[in-house]
Design a protein around this ligand. Structure first.
Ligand SMILES: CC(C)(COP(=O)(O)OP(=O)(O)OC[C@H]1O[C@@H](n2cnc3c(N)ncnc32)[C@H](O)[C@@H]1OP(=O)(O)O)[C@@H](O)C(=O)NCCC(=O)NCCS
Length: 107
């Protein structure tokens, strides 16, 4: 695995026709979490998406098993817009997955 992926990853899935994108983030090494990098990376990705790619909408999904990620996404402006029921199987249990989005007019 490339060294950068062992540290973490940010990805953008870009839908030019609808000026929409789905994004994701993961800091692979636990030692680098909870230091503000995830919040900063999300803000940089959103800035790039709205200001450079001219997006109207950015969306993501996150398991309800992951309150830290949900906190970060809400902090940068994402709103909950739907629930995929019992979509994530983790540690022997099913968890709902939240669909969250942020619109250009809210950024
Ligand atoms: C989710 C992730 C990207 C967040 O990045 P990070 O750098 O760790 O987060 P930050 O340091 O920017 O912010 C963490 C915030 O979550 C809060 N937090 C931590 N644990 C929490 C919990 N159990 N419930 C609610 N909030 C929590 C912290 O207090 C902090 O909030 P604050 O800045 O308002 O005080 C990162 O932790 C990560 O990659 N985790 C593993 C992979 C993952 O979960 N990816 C997301 C998949 S959708």
């Amino acid at each position: 695995m490339p060294r950068c992926l062992r540290r973490g990853v940010c990805h953008y899935g870009y839908d030019a026709r609808n000026r929409a994108a789905s994004i994701g983030i993961g800091i692979a090494e636990p030692a680098y979490r909870e230091k503000g990098y995830g919040t900063e990376a999300m803000r940089l990705m959103l800035d790039y998406g709205f200001n450079e790619l001219n997006l109207n909408r950015v969306e993501l999904t996150v398991s309800s098993f992951n309150p830290r990620a949900i906190h970060v996404y809400k902090k940068v402006g994402f709103k909950e817009e739907g629930i995929l029921r019992q979509c994530d199987y983790n540690d022997g249990q099913y968890y709902d997955v939240l669909v969250m989005s942020l619109l250009r007019e809210e950024w």
